[in-house]
Write a protein of this length. Structure first.
Length: 201
């Protein structure tokens, strides 16, 4: 499993990036009104391009197809599984040989009012009793999001109990805490190996 992170998306040359991605991704990025959001979208895609080039020798910009649940797939490469995510401070991409999901969230995105809406009673107690409720909430939230992105379900009505009730078992989670954000990778095939992390140069 290979994990790519760009924690300097503000340095991305927007025009140059738009010229190197697929027309599909260019249109997707330009739907964002703010340039910073466009950079994040392009950065996540460029991380995938780099992963495909370095780890698989694929040089063509990937074109996405979508499952019936809306999960993006790389056209012509059903054996390559990937997931993209970005928050205000960074973009991330994970690539693996089995289904995988990733979520990255800013630490300052914590809102206590979301706790009872998104967490079950045990998780609620864990957050409230934690010495760092913000970090505990974000860690649990990224676990839920990465699981949903791995399965392709997106947000569901059972978000509060998704970790407990998931029909996809076994799974494994790898969470990394950075100074400004938290990142979690969910794998369908459990492993004790940490993702191989590569930062953008």
């Amino acid at each position: 499993m290979f994990l790519y992170i760009d924690d300097r998306p503000e340095q991305l040359d927007l025009d140059a990036a738009l010229a190197t991605v697929s027309p599909q991704r260019r249109a997707h990025a330009l739907r964002y009104r703010q340039e910073h959001d466009q950079r994040l979208s392009l950065s996540a895609y460029q991380l995938l391009q780099r992963a495909l080039r370095v780890d698989y020798g694929i040089t063509e910009p990937p074109h996405f197809e979508y499952s019936d649940k809306g999960k993006p797939l790389i056209a012509g490469h059903p054996d390559i599984h990937f997931s993209l995510s970005h928050c205000r401070e960074a973009a991330a991409c994970v690539v693996d040989t089995s289904p995988v999901g990733i979520d990255i969230e800013s630490l300052d995105s914590y809102d206590p009012e979301l706790v009872p809406l998104t967490m079950n009673d045990d998780e609620h107690h864990l957050i409230c009793s934690s010495p760092d409720p913000r970090l505990t909430f974000i860690r649990l939230w990224t676990m839920k999001e990465s699981l949903l992105k791995m399965t392709g379900h997106g947000m569901t009505d059972d978000i509060r109990d998704i970790l407990k009730n998931s029909h996809i078992k076994p799974t494994s989670f790898h969470t990394t805490v950075f100074p400004q954000f938290v990142l979690t990778v969910c794998q369908q095939v459990p492993t004790d190996l940490e993702p191989v992390c590569r930062h953008m140069a």
